[in-house]
Ligand binder design. Structure first.
Ligand SMILES: C[S@@+](CC[C@H](N)C(=O)[O-])C[C@H]1O[C@@H](n2cnc3c(N)ncnc32)[C@H](O)[C@@H]1O
Length: 174
């Protein structure tokens, strides 16, 4: 994750005074650290990843950054198995950085999870320039194009595509 993307995540989390954030794709915890910095001091990050080693690494990284263990809730599993168990309208921000094949499902789940005025954020939507490349592309790039179109055309969302890092697609739920 680029420093610019990290700074944008902090800003976005702070802009909605985030108390509850859901993250798809814990990874090594880089995005989680930025989100936690931007959230309220009592805010809780719920982060989902099917790889227990990734979550273990992120847990250590959060601790090393000085975040209390109760600031993060680690849920092991695939997003589409876990997200349906999370509360409707219970989140201020949903950050999507998991499996690109599933971005349309992440969008649908995010709309359910977000409170009105909440933010959905997708990382890496430029796919290193392949999203706008007219040559043949793998299905994950086709899914990203579908996502960009759906977010742009949605009556429920107010979107903006931030040109930081590999493209950060953000949208406020009305
Ligand atoms: C690009 S990395 C995330 C990086 C992370 N946000 C960070 O900044 O460190 C993608 C992550 O998504 C996870 N992942 C893959 N498929 C997933 C799924 N179906 N549901 C949730 N996470 C998934 C991978 O295990 C990997 O850790």
């Amino acid at each position: 994750m680029s420093p610019g993307t990290g700074a944008a995540l902090r800003l976005l989390a702070a802009s909605v005074d985030a108390k509850a954030v859901a993250e798809i794709g814990t990874g090594t915890g880089v995005s989680g650290i930025h989100l936690l910095h931007g959230m309220r001091p009592d805010g809780v990050l719920t982060t989902v990843d099917p790889e227990p080693e990734h979550q273990q690494f992120a847990r250590q990284a959060f601790r090393a950054c000085g975040f209390a263990s109760n600031r993060a809730r680690f849920i092991p599993g695939r997003a589409l198995d876990v997200l349906p168990r999370l509360a409707d309208a219970g989140y201020d921000l949903v950050f999507c950085d998991g499996d690109r094949q599933e971005v349309m499902d992440y969008l649908a789940e995010s709309l359910r999870l977000l409170r009105p005025g909440g933010l959905v954020v997708f990382e890496g939507v430029f796919a290193n320039g392949r999203t706008v490349d007219s040559g043949p592309q793998p299905t994950e790039v086709l899914r990203l194009r579908e996502l960009l179109r759906a977010v742009r055309e949605s009556q429920e969302l107010v979107p903006s595509l931030l040109p930081v890092g590999d493209g950060l697609l953000c949208a406020v739920k009305r």
